[in-house]
Design a protein around this ligand. Sequence first.
Ligand code: ADP
Ligand code: ZN
Length: 604
Amino acid sequence: MPQNIHEVLHRVFGFPDFLGQQEAVIEHTVAGGDSLVLMPTGGGKSLCYQIPAIVRDGVGVVVSPLIALMRDQVEGLRQTGVRAACLNSTLSYQEVLEVESAVQNGRLDLLYVAPERLFGERTLELLARTRLALFAIDEAHCVSQWGHDFRPEYLQLSALREHFPDIPRIALTATADEPTRREIVHRLGLTRAPQFVSGFDRPNIRYAVVPKNRARQQFQRFLEEHHRGSAGIVYCLSRRRVDDTAEWLRGTGVDALPYHAGLGAEVRRRNQDRFQREDGVVIVATIAFGMGIDKPDVRFVAHLDLPKSIEAYYQETGRAGRDGEPADAWMVYGLQEVVTLRQMVEGSSAGDQRKRLEVRKLDAMLGYCELTTCRRQTLLAYFGETLPERCGNCDNCLTPVASWDATEASQKALSCVYRTGQRFGAGYLTDVLRGLGNERIRSFGHDQLPTHGVGADIDPYRWRSVFRQLVARGLLSVDMEGYGSLRLTEASWPVLRGEEEVLMRQDVRPARAKAGRKPKEPLPPPDPATWDESLWEALRTRRTELAKAQSVPPYVIFHDSTLREMVHHRPHTLEEFARLSGVGETKLSRYGDEFLEVIGEHPG
Ligand code: ADP
Ligand code: ZN
């Protein structure tokens, strides 16, 4: 039964309009064309293949590496009345048989398959004798060996075209840098397919990078001011830091759970499950966590350690605010992080070409941290987009940062490095510059140096900031032995010779919490004229009850944004209820009365 794509959008998904490029992609796919779709996280990629799969004859096969999420994705679709199932290693044999029979008898719109499963003989045979609507290759950047999420199983997907030459293929990703894009096209044989590229901006995410000064206190203040009880993700570099941080957070009353490759599969699954299914859980994780996390209401992503590239940073922070509501991307960053990452990258055993690439990526990341201008403009420029105006929603736009002429200070710092023999770290160098006369300094005779005491007018906090920025810009390098001693580089000399000026960020030392600093402006509050907190809470409670009864995450019943519309519009009839965004026919009949009842109990 051929259906109109607008009708499906309204009746099945309950949305009034398409977003961005959705309509163009869907029309192209329904007509049988291949394509590459680049959309930011939260841009609405799923509908791009779900609607064509519903409209076209046969079953749409979705290849996804996110086995842990397949059940929830399938459940979300079933809630809207779409016939979906998945095939992966978590299914029992009985379940596999049921899914296979549904596929064969044309009783499915969508089938989610793990890539390693797809090319198993059994699945290939099944698909060969089934009518297929399309192949959707989700998280397509996993095919890129230069990318940060490379999955060897994805390489097999290049054979899809030979196996199924007549079936349209649609590859989707939120990672957009040019080399990755070229590699996807090449490996998946999409040279002649059109590319649908959407703007990568995530206007609802507020970016902030804070110079480190007692990271835990800074993070705690951030949570207290903006995110008590919010769901969030905290990224750390090592397993040990993940465990420590999670434990510390629990001690402060945050419902925090660790996630890293060193935990047993069972623990990881349980923690991810709680994060996915409950309100207000904070996950503390290494980057092993979260590829394609499908939780729409993550309110913040915090980096306590620095990511290795802007792509990684953008993808990790992109997990916040997929529902379009305000969210924070917050990061602390200090000299120690720069030193550690430089050592990791430059000391890695990777080949030369790879290493140069990693160094370049790290340089771009450090440059981003040290910006004094709009962060969003720089992020988007990195992905080839231009944002003409400052964004007004990043720390540098909201609280402009001064820069200062640090040429002289840099010369003093570099010359101090040189004269002490390029064997010391920033702490010791600062002591020499400040003219301290302690035992250690005297024992090396460094109190006799001309640089001893030339920096007494600059406080240690500022010196730390100077050294960090020198390392970040490659004006100093870090030794590989692990003690963090600093050395001159080629680039140091023009500065030392006075041929180059150095402008630096003027880091403002954060006030002590006790000093009674006013909290920063909180996230915009709901409009008080129509907002009813007790109705909101009651709706959330009903949603949780309904979700628990079916053991599904609350957001597959309704997203926050739909509950919010209920508070604002207070529908009283099913007809009014059907007009809310996110209410399709199936959900209307399943849940309309349930929520109307709650609204009826709260007369406005
Ligand atoms: P992506 O996979 O690109 O990260 P999703 O497909 O998960 O994004 O969609 C992100 C959010 O946007 C989801 O909550 C989805 O329900 C919502 N959404 C998608 N398309 C529309 C639309 N046309 N109108 C309103 N909301 C939409
Ligand atoms: Zn900005």
